[in-house]
Design a protein around this ligand. Structure first.
Ligand code: R5P
Length: 299
């Protein structure tokens, strides 16, 4: 029997793209809040013996996680053979160690929660900084896709007119491989983060790129302060309308307005839907999960 996809609220177009791309079924999940703000969930149709997959990107995750865990538990309770999760953006990857005594390592706790609820997870470019792989914290199979080919396609359209800028040392490896594939020159900057909203960046001499448009490239734009500080300095150096390009555009609070006011154009993928999400990674997700679905559908 083929798999059946369900959309958690707000993920309807993702679930539809995955079901249609993998030639499987799109199921229906009724979700609403009771007056006391508890969640009501009802799966319409029979899931007994089916390989069920929940589609849920996990930006702004706290309000999404409990309904997601309740949905996974309900699918098991209703007799689903397996329950997978496609989360194009996977949250809680950045607190990957105890920086101060007593801090929660939320990446680990969150990974344990999801590993207990799902049989497998698929995501795009999880923030693996101090972890070498998802297997260090996730005890279920994790399928990891990369947005780089989609970013490279975008960059190739501007071939010869751009240079890439990685905002910090940890972006070096990623930026250099994207730059190589896009045949664009690149530079990486040196970032110091003193707090959530307190970032400073040191620039090397970049005047050799005079006349080219800077494309700042990062895995995540979260508060936007990393990009904002870099954009402001690039504009002050005389570079025209920098592009902020990222796999995941969280763009928390007023990040979008601040970046635009600083003079930037923002381009992100649709791992997180929104007005900047111009680049489609759903075909990458389809190819990523297809072998898993085929394997699961075998008797
Ligand atoms: C850093 O580790 C990441 O690659 C990004 O540079 C960072 O998460 C961006 O955060 P923000 O937008 O809050 O400066």
């Amino acid at each position: 029997m083929t798999a059946v996809f369900f959309a958690m609220p707000g993920n309807e177009s993702l679930a539809a793209a995955l079901a249609s791309g993998t030639a499987t079924e799109l199921g229906s999940l009724e979700y609403r809040k009771f007056p006391d703000q508890e969640s009501y969930l009802r799966f319409l149709g029979n899931v007994t013996g089916r390989n069920a997959v929940l589609a849920c990107s996990l930006h702004d995750p706290d309000g999404k996680t409990l309904p997601l865990l309740l949905a996974a538990a309900a699918l098991r309770d209703l007799g689903a053979k397996s329950v997978g999760l496609v989360a194009p953006y996977l949250s809680y990857m950045r607190q990957d160690r105890r920086f101060k005594e007593g801090e929660a390592i939320t990446s680990l706790a969150f990974a344990r929660l999801l590993s207990g609820a799902f049989d497998w997870i698929a995501t795009i470019d999880p923030h693996l900084h101090r972890y070498a792989s998802m297997a260090e914290i996730y005890s279920i199979p994790a399928l990891v896709g990369h947005a780089a080919p989609v970013l490279v396609d975008y960059l190739r359209q501007r071939h010869g007119t751009i240079f890439l800028v990685g905002p910090d040392e940890e972006s070096e490896q990623w930026v250099s491989s994207v730059a190589k594939a896009a045949e664009a020159p690149y530079v990486t900057l040196r970032k110091t983060r003193r707090g959530d909203n307190d970032v400073s960046i040191n620039f090397p001499d970049i005047m050799k790129f005079d006349g080219l448009t800077p494309v700042l490239i990062d895995d995540i734009i979260s508060s936007g302060h990393t990009m904002q500080v870099a954009v402001t300095q690039l504009v002050a150096l005389g570079f025209g309308q920098p592009v902020c390009l990222a796999a995941h555009g969280i763009l928390a609070a007023d990040a979008m307005q601040r970046l635009k006011a600083a003079g930037a154009v923002i381009v992100t993928t649709n791992t997180i839907p929104g007005p900047t999400a111009a680049l489609d990674v759903n075909p990458l997700l389809v190819e990523l999960i297809r072998p898993k679905l085929i394997g699961e559908s075998k008797p």
